[in-house]
Ligand binder design. Structure first.
Ligand code: NAP
Length: 247
């Protein structure tokens, strides 16, 4: 699971899963570049917090859903860190509502922030990865991209889109030694799921064989594996981390 001296770029790390991924990579000796958008204070605080691990750390305020910003971000990261070994596309949002009530804006926002961002960053990051003839891309999808969920037609579609994208990139870039995999979290306790009410929480937990919600660190550990050389013969896969919910 060695990621020592590797440079990782993580989108959306001001809180939740992205923050935990940044912490675990820094603890394990990686140089960490990460982004945030609206939570500027939290992003700046994370840069200070991660400094204790002694590797190079830098936070960037960058909108993953904007193509030009994504290209600029990768240029800046390569200039600051010298290389880019691992990209983790984590930034994501929900705009949940039933299809009958879903506005065009709610659809467009979720597809742009969750799916187009993955295209933006991956396209930009593959340039330095191709030059280095190595790279690992990890896309955070969701179990609902595999099974659907009432009230999340936009979100499920964006996460299912990530799966097709992940596998296509694996086929296109395998010959360049660039791997592309997805991690599909189940129910993980973060601010995103904090929006659910007591009743919804009970329903989710009932359907999980391990009978508990997952923690952000469970997803970070899966990313450590897929980012490290321990997974060097794994590409085009979806690693489901859901306490057995989807079996
Ligand atoms: P979260 O707590 O809501 O955090 C989302 C992060 O994304 C924040 O750091 C936010 O940064 C960032 N972000 C949002 N829009 C952005 C943009 N346009 N550009 C850059 N960053 C942006 O969510 P989470 O629960 O940690 O989820 C992280 C990922 O896991 C998401 O892709 C989510 O879909 C996926 N996931 C989560 C669960 C779960 O149970 N929690 C389950 C399955 C999948 P700012 O606050 O700075 O804007």
């Amino acid at each position: 699971m060695k990621v020592e001296n590797k440079t990782v770029l993580i989108t959306g790390a001001s809180r939740g899963i992205g923050k935990s991924i940044a912490e675990e990579f820094a603890k394990n000796g990686a140089n960490v570049a990460f982004t945030y958008l609206s939570s500027v204070e939290k992003g700046q605080a994370l840069e200070v917090e991660l400094a204790q691990y002694g590797t190079k750390i830098k936070g960037y305020r960058s909108d993953a859903s904007d193509y030009a910003s994504a290209e600029q971000l990768v240029t800046d990261v390569v200039a600051d860190f010298g290389n880019l070994d691992i990209l983790i596309n984590n930034a994501g949002v929900t705009r949940d509502t039933l299809l009958m009530r879903m506005s065009e804006e709610q659809w467009d926002d979720v597809l742009r922030i969750n799916l187009k961002s993955v295209f933006n960053l991956t396209k930009a990051a593959t340039k330095p990865m191709m030059r280095a003839k190595a790279g690992s891309i990890i896309n955070i999808t969701s179990v609902v991209g595999l099974m659907g969920n009432a009230g999340q037609a936009n979100y499920s579609a964006s996460k299912a889109g990530i799966l097709g994208f992940t596998k296509s990139v694996a086929k296109e870039l395998g010959s360049r030694n660039i791997r592309s995999n997805a991690v599909a979290p189940g129910f993980i306790e973060t601010e995103m799921t904090g929006e659910l009410n007591e009743e919804q929480l009970k329903e989710w937990t009932k359907s999980i064989p391990l009978k508990r919600a997952g923690q952000a660190k469970d997803i970070a550990n899966a990313c450590l594996f897929l980012g490290s050389d321990a997974s060097s013969y794994i590409t085009g896969q979806v690693l489901v981390v859901d306490g057995g919910m989807l079996m």
